[in-house]
Design a protein around this ligand. Structure first.
Ligand SMILES: [Zn+2]
Length: 575
């Protein structure tokens, strides 16, 4: 499919622009796209767009056979700002590390990782691998502490007055409270999260002037430091720290500090030659780090601002309160537990970056899966629209090939209903699923995995206990005695038809036909309003007798799940 989808979807159009721009800026060099992530805590699912937008564009470029790098900058040399709430293995004592680089903060208790940043990076990296995201990770701790940006730092210090003048244009304007490069879910998160982004993110002046660089203290390890003098000739830098420590170092040899965020980001655009790096809508305001970075990158670092579309926020809907894996924050791994990677990729591929959407953890996920299955069929039959085919291909695989797919993708809602009824019991699940299509019985549950596992996880983590289906252990004797003649007749029609209709399709036909036959209509008759009323009350009766409430999983699935003998017993027709 390489190159075939040009001009059919937003990804192709961005790829065209990015390739052309890269050719203008750096002819013959690989195209560079970038994302930035802050491992300051659990990485919010909403922030996945920061990665997926450049990923999809890079993947399209790769499909066209053009060399491309997707850099993911781990902003792990940023300061630890606050102790996130509700993270397992973390208590208030972590507050003593505020001000240190994220890689110098201990990991949560019990973590196999050496520090805070690595702990949260690992969680995100695993999700990105599962999603098929190919990227070059860059640890900013590794870069800064190795002296990689030495020249750029010395250069920025030499031009600190110019930087200060650029920043000053924005300081007088009312700056937004928060200037993260990251999309966030709501105002509260906006106040909590962020990479290098806070009130001090453009550096601060002291009596000695403005400096765009901050050392981490040699004594306490924190950034509570103030540069008190700097000599451009010798690169001698003197700082003092709130802890009382102070020292003079040679910046030409010193590797324990970093450029302030608003200077750091454009420095890296120039250093890496980034052509495409989208950012959240919070960057549309003047004074945001993306906008200010655009003013700094050329005059100071001789580079260019990336093509940087603003992407809209991605919301989360219907997530059960207690179900997120870490600290009450939904992370990509939570979504991947209930949906296959293709589905999550599809959500991003089918929407332009400036369209917001929600990732559904509630009943909506069943509709989403129905839509995906319908699209899969249309693509197979060659009748899908070009843009839908493109989104499908981007979701189903990458330039490296197809992602692993469920061999026999039975409907998610069916699998969920079965999981609901069986509570995951394997033998019962296999029996029910085998009866769905009797002429093509299931040989093993692996045929429906991993989709089955996702549906089971959805039922157990997102559907509250009081909404689960519990099949009656005993017939409802009282209700059975109270049946009127019409009800009795309908149940008899159903029970008599079970044997010859025992499949998903067969039972679907049967349950709709019973009220028609009772009304003296042909089983294929078009439903009238009266008939719909009759069907609804018949279905309610079945739910009442089978599961003791007036709704439940789709009836054909429920009947299959309960099993023929038990259905007969519960409907009062048992031996
Ligand atoms: Zn100190």
């Amino acid at each position: 499919m390489a190159g075939s989808s040009t001009e059919t979807d937003w990804v192709s159009r961005f790829a065209d622009d990015v390739i052309a721009e890269s050719e203008r800026r750096a002819p013959g060099k690989p195209v560079v796209v970038a994302s930035g992530l802050s491992p300051s805590g659990p990485i919010h699912l909403g922030n996945l767009r920061e990665v997926m937008t450049p990923h999809l564009v890079a993947d399209e470029i790769r499909r066209r056979g053009i060399a491309v790098r997707h850099l993911i900058s781990w902003d792990d040399y940023d300061r630890y700002r606050k102790v996130p709430n509700g993270v397992e293995g973390v208590d208030d004592s972590w507050a003593e590390h505020i001000g240190k680089p994220l890689t110098s903060v201990p990991a949560p208790a019990g973590s196999p990782y050496p520090n805070w940043a690595e702990h949260f990076k690992a969680q995100m990296s695993a999700a990105l691998d599962e999603l098929g995201v190919e990227y070059d990770p860059i640890s900013q701790t590794a870069q800064y502490t190795a002296g990689t940006y030495r020249e750029q730092i010395l250069h920025a210090m030499r031009h600190r007055a110019d930087i200060d003048a650029i920043l000053a244009q924005y300081r007088t304007k009312k700056a937004p409270a928060k200037q993260s490069q990251k999309p966030v879910d709501d105002a509260e998160l906006a106040a909590e999260e962020g990479s290098g982004a806070a009130e001090e993110d453009d550096g601060s002046g002291s009596a000695a002037g403005y400096f765009p660089y901050k050392p981490y203290c040699g004594e306490c390890g924190k950034d509570l430091t103030t540069v008190t003098s700097y000599d451009d000739e010798t690169t001698e830098l003197t700082y003092t720290c709130a802890c009382g420590h102070g020292e003079t170092v040679l910046l030409s040899e010193f590797n324990r500090g970093k450029l302030v965020w608003k200077v750091d980001w454009p420095m890296r655009w120039a250093y890496e030659g980034v052509v495409f790096e989208p950012s959240g809508v919070d960057h549309s305001s003047p004074g945001s780090s993306f906008q200010v970075g655009g003013q700094i990158v050329g005059p100071i670092f001789g580079g260019k601002q990336p093509i940087g579309p603003m992407y809209a926020f991605v919301g989360i809907s219907g997530m059960a309160k207690m179900s997120s894996s870490k600290g009450g924050v939904p992370v990509p791994a939570d979504a991947l537990r209930i949906m296959e990677p293709q589905i999550l990729r599809w959500l991003y591929a089918r929407r332009r970056p400036n369209q917001s959407f929600k990732i559904a953890f509630d009943q909506e996920i069943q509709r989403l899966y129905d839509e995906w299955d319908a699209l899969t069929r249309k693509v197979g039959e060659g009748i899908a629209l070009p843009a839908d085919v493109a989104a499908y291909a981007r979701a189903a695989g990458t330039a490296a090939g197809e992602l692993p797919r469920t061999p026999r993708p039975l409907p998610y809602r069916t699998l969920a209903s079965v999981a609901d009824i069986t509570a995951g019991a394997e033998q019962q699940t296999l029996r029910i699923l085998s009866e769905l299509e009797p002429d093509r019985p299931l040989a093993a549950l692996d045929e429906v995995r991993p989709r089955l596992d996702r549906a089971e996880a959805w039922i157990s983590s997102q559907v509250p206990a009081e909404q689960r289906t519990v099949v009656r252990a005993e017939p409802d004797a009282e209700r059975l005695v109270a049946l009127d003649d019409g009800e009795r007749g309908a149940l008899k029609l159903l029970v008599d038809g079970l044997g010859s209709h025992w499949s998903l399709d067969g039972l679907t036909t049967l349950v709709y036909a019973v009220p028609k036959v009772q009304a003296g209509l042909d089983p294929d008759a078009k439903p009238t309003p009266e008939l719909k009323v009759a069907q609804r009350s018949f279905f309610a009766l079945l739910y009442e007798l089978l599961v003791g409430r007036d709704t439940g999983p789709r009836l054909p699935t429920l009947l299959l799940a309960v099993g023929q003998d038990r259905v007969r017993t519960l409907l009062g027709a048992g031996g």
